[in-house]
Design a protein around this ligand. Structure first.
Ligand code: MN
Length: 433
């Protein structure tokens, strides 16, 4: 007899991999451990009839000739299978994305993908095995759960290709999100309720902000999701959770913001964290008092100048400009010497009247046009931006108008230029800090 099984505390990745392995080995019996995660239980309670699982106690281990394991290859993570360890004649087949494990095998496919299901789907795809929309949906839940919706750094391109393949097979995203939300368990619920009870709501520079400070014991997964839910429930522009772990003397600060003006990633860097992006960020600080952290946050939020990078910090200046009557030939030379692809065109009063870029040169047909004034070929009425706007607004304009550079204005005067690469420096956290 052949059996397939997976780890105890079965999560969606494990369940998906079990079902997928059954497609590869239809003659094997799928054995589902009795200890499964609550959200998996909820899924099975609705889809029970579709799957025919065996319980470990239904299996006479003496009859097992082949053991197929998915999403683990450690004996102690299997339920009731330990006796099989002693068997020399047992064939073992492994599909896993964990590198560690003590099971020896005849045939193993182990690679460090974000989710184990990605490995199995590649096999299914190669063998052209049919999968139903319901199976595709389950597989996608497993994939999203183990990769944090493709956001965990462990996610590989093969995981993303797998998602594409499953969507092609009509995985239903409405069902996917219904079951993924339940990754919110009792621990998370307790934290959320305490946060709501302790919530303080303040107005800072016209925005609503809420900071919740509380003690936590041990590791609580998914706190960032809790803070996200908290922000939605208390309905503020930005929310922060300060979680203090007394035993380890560590403070975890997690922030979420829905507005451009409060840049959480930058704020977290200011208090000693790293990374993040404008809408979300976190910091783990050792040996700090949570009250001090709260004070720092409030100070930075009301200081404002530290919490938002203005264009004037990012832009390039002084700006090289050309007068509107400069010939195209001269402009071409200036651009070549400067090694840039475009520049603003100004009139005799230094007002920006256009932008000339390499793209405009394509309009030139005849060589005598090289002697024409630049104003004949420049793009007129260029998009400009005020100096007190931020990088996000500049990036939005670049995308909207498909342009790579925007003159930065102050009191109707050109004071700098922001380019796509300046904006990218900001988004990819490449600024010195
Ligand atoms: Mn897994």
């Amino acid at each position: 007899m052949k059996i397939i099984t997976t780890h105890k505390g079965t999560d969606f990745d494990a369940l998906s991999s079990l079902v997928a392995a059954h497609l590869l080995y239809p003659e094997a019996k799928p054995v589902l451990p009795n200890t499964i995660n609550p959200n998996v239980k909820a899924f099975l309670s609705i889809h029970k009839d579709l799957f025919d699982f065996y319980s470990p106690k239904d299996i006479t281990l003496d009859h097992v000739t082949t053991l197929i394991v998915v999403d683990t290859h450690s004996w102690d993570r299997l339920e009731n299978m330990q006796v099989l360890q002693e068997r020399d004649d047992l064939e073992v087949i492994i599909f896993d994305h964990h590198l560690k494990g003590d099971m020896q095998s005849d045939q193993k496919t182990i690679s460090e993908t974000g989710a184990a299901i990605s490995i199995l789907i590649q096999e299914i795809k190669n063998k052209n095995i049919f999968i139903t929309p319901i199976q595709a949906t389950l597989f996608l839940i497993g994939l999203y759960e183990d990769t944090g919706n493709m956001t965990f750094p462990s996610t590989l391109s093969v995981d993303a290709y797998t998602a594409g393949y499953l969507l092609e097979k009509n995985a239903d995203l409405n069902i996917v999100s219904t079951f993924l939300r339940q990754a919110y368990g009792k621990k998370q619920k307790d934290v959320l309720f305490e946060m709501i009870q302790k919530a303080k709501r303040t107005e800072i520079s016209g925005f609503s902000v809420s900071i919740a400070k509380m003690d936590i014991e041990g590791q609580v997964q998914n706190l960032s999701m809790v803070v996200q839910m908290y922000r939605e429930i208390v309905n503020v522009d930005a929310a922060f959770g300060i979680f203090f772990d007394k035993e380890r003397n560590k403070c975890m600060i997690i922030g979420r913001s829905r507005i451009d003006e409060i840049n959480v990633g930058l704020l977290m860097r200011n208090i000693g964290g790293g990374g993040g992006h404008p809408g979300a960020g976190s910091a783990l600080l050792k040996g700090v008092n949570p009250d001090i952290v709260e004070e720092m946050l409030l100070e930075l939020l009301s200081g404002n100048q530290h919490t938002s990078v203005m264009l004037s910090d990012l832009m390039s200046y002084p700006v090289v400009t050309v007068r509107e009557d400069t010939t195209i030939e001269e402009v071409a030379m200036i651009l070549r010497d400067m090694g840039c692809s475009g520049m603003p065109v100004v009139d005799s009063e230094d007002h920006v009247v256009g932008i000339i870029s390499r793209r405009d040169f394509k309009k030139i047909r005849k060589s005598k046009q090289m002697q024409s004034p630049v104003k004949a070929f420049m793009s007129q009425n260029p998009v400009t931006i005020e100096h007190d706007k931020n990088a996000i607004e500049a990036a939005k304009l670049m995308i909207k108008h498909d342009i790579g550079r925007i003159p930065v204005m102050k009191d109707n005067k050109l004071i700098g230029i922001i380019t796509r690469s300046d904006a990218m420096m900001y988004f990819y956290d490449l600024l010195p800090h």
